[in-house]
Design a protein around this ligand. Structure first.
Ligand SMILES: Cc1cc2nc3c(=O)[nH]c(=O)nc-3n(C[C@H](O)[C@H](O)[C@H](O)COP(=O)(O)OP(=O)(O)OC[C@H]3O[C@@H](n4cnc5c(N)ncnc54)[C@H](O)[C@@H]3O)c2cc1C
Length: 141
């Protein structure tokens, strides 16, 4: 069985993010189906490639900058930790909610805004995978 040599995983934290009124506001911002709170559903979002487990209190999936702003305004007014997560394959714990709070998953923010082949740049949302990007720019040579 895997055992950490770095530090011990903690049980699920409880911060202001777990308050029912906070969870309700998060659901109002992104839709009920885009807020995960069940232990078995948030569990995969509690670790990065190192596999130390720190389950978040909720995982939230915004689809726009406006929703992202509303979530961060709520976190600032209610005071709870926020951790940004892309693919969750970092090795440094940056995507791991070690102090609890919510994880913001960028999975739904995966749109390409602009491909500029002349000046060699792409503007995209933060959840775009490199594979999808490679496919999208392939036709430009
Ligand atoms: C098997 C394996 C092979 C790898 N090979 C390479 C390699 O060849 N070259 C290389 O460079 N790296 C490599 N990596 C490292 C990995 O690709 C990087 O850590 C990558 O940056 C992780 O991206 P992510 O979107 O999964 O970010 P995450 O792991 O989700 O997060 C990484 C950090 O970025 C933050 N973050 C994530 N999304 C956002 C956002 N939208 N806004 C603000 N902050 C955000 C997180 O909070 C965290 O601090 C490898 C990793 C693995 C597991």
């Amino acid at each position: 069985m895997y055992q950490s040599i770095h530090f011990n995983a903690k049980p699920r934290a409880v911060t202001n993010a777990s308050k029912p009124e906070v969870l309700e506001k998060l659901q109002q911002i992104v839709g009920t189906e885009n807020v995960l709170v069940e232990p078995e559903k948030v569990e995969p979002y509690g670790a990065d490639a190192v596999k130390e487990k720190f389950p978040p209190e909720a995982v939230v999936f915004p689809e726009s900058t406006a929703q992202m702003c509303e979530i961060l305004k709520l976190a600032n007014s209610e005071i709870f930790p926020v951790t940004a997560r892309g693919g969750g394959v970092g090795y440094t714990g940056g995507a791991v909610p070690v102090d609890g709070g919510i994880v913001i998953g960028t999975d739904r923010m995966n749109k390409i805004i602009e491909i500029n082949a002349d000046d060699l740049y792409v503007i995209c949302q933060p959840g775009l995978t490199t594979f999808a990007l490679q496919q999208a720019v392939e036709k430009y040579g």
